[in-house]
Design a protein around this ligand. Structure first.
Ligand code: HEC
Length: 137
């Protein structure tokens, strides 16, 4: 092997390694990040509101990464425009939240959070219900 090819091999290897490392904490869960829509329905009446459920749920499990006040590495890889510190931010991507985090008749989605404090399935069903109800305040 010539010196040039040897160097090229090292360089390519380093790039691949760096891109894998840069991918960060979400990596292991990648294949299972998104599940199918939960097909949750809204019972009448529903007791779940943003104040008594949505807000505390997001603050407990999500906003340490998904918060509009966090920038750069503070986000721990959480994508832009996925900020759950406001109802507006939640509503903007509620279908993605359903497919990664909620539970219902069609699926129990456990893609998020990838690590740390994890909601119970019971809470995931409540999340599915609250989203299906249109995320009342
Ligand atoms: C430890 C940090 C962290 C926490 C806590 C966390 N996430 Fe994430 N979230 C991420 C990362 C990193 C990604 C990107 C994962 C990837 O692309 O593989 C992500 C991606 C997502 C996506 C997909 C975005 C897209 O459309 O590509 C959704 C939806 C999501 N998270 C919702 C949530 C919800 C809801 C919670 C709380 C129950 C939560 N996350 C908690 C770090 C976090």
């Amino acid at each position: 092997m010539s010196a040039t090819r040897w160097f090229l091999g090292i360089a390519v290897g380093a790039v691949v390694l760096a891109s894998q490392m840069g991918h960060g904490g979400g990596c292991g869960a990648d294949e299972e990040l998104f599940g199918p829509p939960t097909e949750s329905t809204c019972p009448t009446p529903t007791a779940l509101t943003y104040e008594n459920f949505g807000k505390p749920f997001m603050e407990r499990y999500c906003t340490r990464c998904h918060d509009s006040d966090l920038v750069g590495e503070q986000r721990q890889g959480a994508p832009s425009f996925h900020d759950f510190d406001t109802l507006f931010g939640i509503k903007a991507v509620s279908d993605h939240i359903d497919e990664t985090t909620a539970a219902g008749p069609a699926a129990v989605n456990r893609g998020m959070p990838a690590e740390g404090l994890i909601p119970t399935d019971e809470e995931r069903y409540q999340l599915g219900e609250w989203i299906a109800c249109g995320m009342p305040e």
